[in-house]
Design a binder for this molecule. Structure first.
Ligand SMILES: [Zn+2]
Length: 157
């Protein structure tokens, strides 16, 4: 799933369960793995997928620039949606923590690609265990379903 979907679901779940912060934050983190079970679309980070041997990560600046654009757009939309629906003075800081925890597994996965540490390898195996192998290849349909998930969550929040 894209970062925006994870962040909005994480924020919504945390907001719903904010009366019990440990439960709220635990559920926000768990929401990442539950969403990843569903068949979904993921955009590829070409700078990583084209240099699959992470110990030989070549710096192709054109690919990195493309990836930074994709990630920037995804992070920006996550940031804007979370701040728009849970504005700072009225919303609990927990909501932002929940949104952050809901995207953390993808952040650690990314770190694993870059660093290939033993601890991040273990985490990546755990992440991949939950991650469906049924990927939606069409960005249009793939994003449509994720927009539907985000809208459903926002309507019922
Ligand atoms: Zn994931």
């Amino acid at each position: 799933m894209i970062i925006t979907t994870h962040a909005v679901v994480g924020a919504a779940v945390t907001n719903l369960l904010k009366f019990n912060p440990p439960l709220a934050l635990g559920t926000a983190l768990a929401s990442h793995f539950l969403l990843d079970i569903l068949p979904h679309y993921d955009y590829q980070l070409e700078s990583l997928s084209k240099t699959s041997d992470s110990s030989n990560l070549k710096l192709d600046y054109r690919l990195w620039f493309k990836d930074i654009r994709k990630l920037g757009l995804d992070f920006s939309s996550a940031f804007i949606l979370v701040l728009f629906f849970w504005p700072p003075p009225t919303s609990s800081y927990l909501v932002y923590l929940g949104a952050g925890l809901a995207i953390l597994p993808d952040g650690l996965h990314f770190l694993d690609h870059l660093m290939n540490w033993r601890i991040t390898n273990i985490f990546t195996s755990f992440h991949q265990f939950f991650h469906t192998s049924w990927r939606l290849n069409s960005p249009i349909w793939g994003l449509f379903w994720q927009i539907l998930i985000v809208l459903t969550v926002l309507i019922f929040n």
